[in-house]
Structure formats: C-alpha cells, structure tokens
Design a protein around this ligand. Structure first.
Ligand code: HEC
Length: 88
C-alpha cells in the first residue's frame, strides 16, 4: 500500500519535471508549430505580447528571414498570436 503511494508521488514528480507546453491549444497553433519553430523555440516567439499589427509585422519579418507558409497559414498564425498573446 505504502509502495503504491510512493510510486504515485514519484510519477507525479516526474510529470512536473517535464516542461509544460507554453502554447495554449487553438486555431493556428498547428501552423505555428509547423512554420515558426525551425529557427527558434516557441518561448522566443511569445516572450512579448503584441498588438495585431505588431504580430503582422513580426510575421512579415520572419517571412523575409525565410519562414515559408501559405497566406492562409500565416493569417492563422497572426490570429492565433493576437488572440493568445495580444496586447490591448
Ligand atoms: C528562417 C528562420 C526563422 C523562422 C522560420 C522564423 N523565425 Fe522568428 N526569428 C528568426 C531570427 C533569426 C530571429 C532573431 C532576429 C531578430 O530578432 O530580428 C527571430 C526572432 C523572432 C521574434 C522576436 C523578435 C523581437 O524583436 O522580439 C519573434 C516574436 C519571432 N521570431 C516570431 C516568429 C514567428 C511568429 C514565426 C512564424 C511565422 C517565426 N518567427 C519563424 C528566424 C526565424
């Protein structure tokens, strides 16, 4: 019995050690993970909150640097970032 309890605690501790996913689920997350994390991690993307037009600028900059996606995918990413990491 005590063994089961200890095992439970151990498993829980282990789960907490794994870094939590910093990105909330939602439309556009899939595209972001496909297009935006080749050169840097998601942490760098979401380090700062931005307005819609600032996210638009970031995504245009990234495209100039080599991020490749269809217009719909890039729009979905801007919408996702504005919704989850927007600035009022
Ligand atoms: C081809 C490589 C590449 C891809 C793909 C890429 N980035 Fe970047 N990104 C960079 C580099 C290099 C920097 C750091 C240089 C800089 O800040 O201008 C950067 C920096 C950033 C920053 C921080 C900029 C700042 O001024 O604080 C954000 C936010 C960002 N990227 C978002 C994105 C998003 C969103 C996507 C997907 C649309 C993306 N990146 C895809 C290369 C890339």
């Amino acid at each position: 019995m005590i063994f089961v309890l200890l095992l439970g605690l151990w498993a829980q501790g282990d789960a907490q050690k794994k870094a939590p996913d910093p990105l909330p689920d939602g439309l556009g997350k899939k595209e972001l993970l496909k297009i935006c994390v080749d050169c840097h991690g998601p942490e760098q993307i979401i380090a700062k909150k931005r307005t819609k037009s600032e996210w638009d600028d970031v995504v245009s900059n990234m495209v100039q640097m080599g991020a490749a996606g269809k217009d719909e995918e890039l729009d979905a990413i801007v919408a996702y970032l504005t919704k989850n990491f927007g600035k009022d």
